[in-house]
Design a protein around this ligand. Sequence first.
Ligand SMILES: [Zn+2]
Length: 282
Amino acid sequence: MKKKSITAASVVAAGLAVITMVTGFFMIRPDKRVYCEQALKYTLGSFSLDEVSADELHLKQADADSMKVSSELMLVNREHPLPEEYAPSLEEYKDSGVIMSAFSVDSFAELSKDISEHTGEKLYVMSSYRDADEQEEIFDEQGSSTALPKACSEHETGLAQDLYFESYAGAAINKCDGGRYLTAHAADHGFILRYPPMETDITGIDYEPWHYRYVGMPHAEIITDNGLTLEEYIGSLEVGRYYEYGGYIISRQQGNTLEIPEGYKVKVSEDNCGGYIITAKK
Ligand SMILES: [Zn+2]
């Protein structure tokens, strides 16, 4: 029998066949393409922000107790449960009966409008704010890989929403144009994919392509562009340091006396890790 030899041409042909098969599969299942892209983005790469010396900034002291403090950068998970005295600021979204955080309601309206203008598809909210009793019921029903015990779910802040489109909910959300537009543009409006693929060891929750969390700007952009979890991002901000990103100064601080840059528009959020995150914009 004649022995076949592996030529360069046969390797190229085999490669092309594989590419054609994968491309064809991704055309039928665009949600799987999104999954693969996200798995790559969230598991690869390294991250650091540019640091600014405190000497380069004109700092003034401010008392956190006398400032309006938001909760948009609170880290809420099993290790960082909400304090018992925590009371979320809530608002109803456009007379819809959906209750969400007052800090995110306007940005959510913009996200929803952006999606429908570009895809013609309407974004719906399956679940938004839940009180501790509702969270406990869900945990008892679903178990610990997809649900969190009470006080450990960011749904209790109203900053997280479980989203869907008509006929495309849950794991199928990225099968429709609206879902893929949401994936690509949520960060433009301050929202992040909170439970990315292959990061369960960090977040404690399996991949949830439907669960988005408001963190505001520029944090959503930094987290999404660099493929980070909220745990990794907040952990990367060293207490007392100042970081620069796109015209913003970001600083994580502890104690009630905050050192904030003068001449900037400043927002302060609790981090639920014993401190605050300052976001300052020129
Ligand atoms: Zn959720």
